[in-house]
Write a protein that binds this ligand. Structure first.
Ligand code: SAH
Length: 497
């Protein structure tokens, strides 16, 4: 059990970018945090693992401007920890490698606030590894040396090039891309072999990783020509002549596509699994949260007794219903004589988890097809119990009513917007090729929080006509709509573009 009594602050490294390089310990911290203070390079998918009531505080930089100064970051961490909250400070790579983690730790020690460090995979070796460059190699590089290439404005680089130029091992420079000319010059003018191997690795371990190799004398021109930008690693040494590349080697249908998945967390995680198999780079960002609406036990029992058919329109509805009957101790066999209907494949799969197979799924996953296909199977003795979202569309009740079929429309959950994600959503929206909207309420959350609607034009992939209609009403243009209204349909829609 995670003991919050003894945990006040964790300084956590989340690795260089690929979210699967997150350690199990880091994940545990994120899942338990009351407050998360995070940097610019943190993958938003990692933030999506936070508790729904956790506070998210951005402390990074936006185009050169610090959002919070280092002093403000220190104070923020100490203040929340001091008021009894468990604070998780997220940093790229490892917290003690050029991340100013040491300063944050000192600040906490001075104030008597307990902390721990949770070490992450550092970019300086993993970024190289993903680029196919081993940081050491028997007989070629028997040591490695890691430097910061950063300097204060107007000041020279604080590096002892005289000695560095004599070193045999691999040299890695972090935060150095804008000072590459000074680094190259420092090494060459101190006698380093101009033909020693060199490389630059931009966005190492991420879907958009770029690697360029050359020699010490050519790497500056290469970086300039290719417009290499931060975050990037500079490596000098003959290990750069090795090519052990594996990452992004095989092209899959959606390789290179950067896709933002929005929906509830459960659905985003489910979609992400399938999307990743297509090679897409996935950013998981749930923008809505479902909140259970509790039905009183007597009401639920009598509704169940009276009904001949139960209809679920989403996997949320299924999960909440089964959770409630378990809580009330209602025996699952009381459903033995009900016909269970679902509209989509997701709800069908959710049912299967509870050992129940749907009796009826329409050929197309929308309310109109459901009505067209189910009505001939119903008669005057039928009674449909609909367990669905509070703000469900009126197509189903209207259709049943006009066909003279008795029904109950019981809301089992409400959907609320997760406003904490607003900043993250807007920060990098222009980098996404596609943004997936998987329900009308999710679409509303997306449009409500986006600052520039034009950013979404031509990028939004909608799960089906109901979601598309909601998007159109909210002023979004050029929407791509799936032909089959589920994850596979969304993937096909993107593949076919
Ligand atoms: N603590 C981090 C480093 C922080 S300093 C770590 O252990 O990796 C920030 C610098 O790290 C960047 O300027 C860049 O040089 C390097 N860096 C971080 N992530 C990177 C990545 N994915 N690809 C290339 N360089 C990266």
């Amino acid at each position: 059990m995670f003991n919050k009594e003894v945990k006040r602050v964790s300084l956590v490294g989340v690795g260089p970018g690929d979210e699967n390089l997150l350690t199990l310990k880091a994940l545990e911290c994120i899942q338990n945090a009351d407050v998360l203070v995070y940097d610019n390079l943190i993958n938003p998918t990692v933030l999506n693992k936070a508790r729904l009531d956790a506070k998210l505080i951005y402390a990074g930089k936006i185009s050169g401007n610090h959002y919070l100064t280092q002093d403000e970051i220190n104070e923020t961490i100490a203040e929340y920890a001091g008021s009894g909250e468990y604070v998780v400070r997220l940093k790229g790579g490892d917290p003690y490698i050029f991340g100013r983690g040491g300063e944050e730790a000192e600040y906490l020690i001075e104030r008597g606030i307990d902390f721990e460090t949770v070490h992450g995979v550092s970019s300086f070796y993993a970024g190289l590894g993903y680029a196919g460059i081993p940081i050491t190699f028997r007989g070629e590089a028997t040591s490695f040396h890691v430097f910061t290439g950063h300097r204060k404005k107007g000041e020279p680089l604080d590096l002892d090039f005289k000695n560095i130029a004599k070193t045999d091992g691999s040299l890695v420079f972090l935060m150095g891309i804008s000072n590459l000319p000074l680094i190259v010059n420092g090494l060459l003018s101190n006698g380093m072999n101009p033909h020693i191997g060199a490389a630059v690795v931009e966005n190492g371990t991420r879907y958009n990783q770029r690697v360029f190799r050359g020699e010490l004398c050519s790497i500056e021109d290469i970086a300039k020509r290719e417009n290499i930008v931060s975050p990037a690693l500079i490596v000098i040494g003959d290990v750069c002549k090795k090519d052990l590349s594996f990452f992004n080697k095989y092209k899959l249908p959606l390789s290179g596509k950067n896709i933002l998945l929005t929906a509830t967390r459960e659905l985003v995680e489910k979609m992400a699994k399938r999307f990743k198999e297509t090679g897409a780079n996935i950013c998981e960002m749930s923008l809505i949260v479902t909140k259970e609406i509790e039905i009183e036990k007597e009401k639920l029992v009598s509704e169940l007794n009276d009904s001949t058919h139960i209809l679920f329109t989403s996997s949320n509805g299924v999960d909440i219903f089964f959770e409630q009957i378990k809580r009330y101790g209602i025996d699952i066999r009381s459903l033995y004589n009900k016909k269970i209907c679902v509209i989509g494949s997701g709800s069908g799969e959710a049912l299967n988890k509870y050992g129940v197979n749907a009796d009826f799924i329409p050929s197309k996953f929308d309310s109109k097809s459901f009505l067209d296909e189910i009505l001939p199977k119903l008669d005057k003795d039928s009674k449909v119990l609909m367990l669905r979202a509070k703000i469900g569309s009126d197509v189903l009740p209207k259709g049943l009513k006009s066909a003279g079929i008795a029904f109950s429309d019981i809301p089992v959950y409400d959907t609320i917007i997760d406003y904490r994600k607003k900043f993250e959503l807007n920060k990098d929206i222009e980098n996404f090729d596609y943004v997936v909207a998987a329900s009308a309420s999710g679409a509303k959350a997306l449009v409500e929080m986006i600052e520039d609607k034009k950013e979404l034009s031509g990028k939004v992939v909608s799960i089906g006509p109901v979601t598309t209609k909601a998007l159109v009403e909210l002023g979004i243009e050029n929407i791509i709509t799936a032909k089959q209204y589920d994850v596979e349909g969304i993937i096909d829609a993107i593949k076919n573009l």
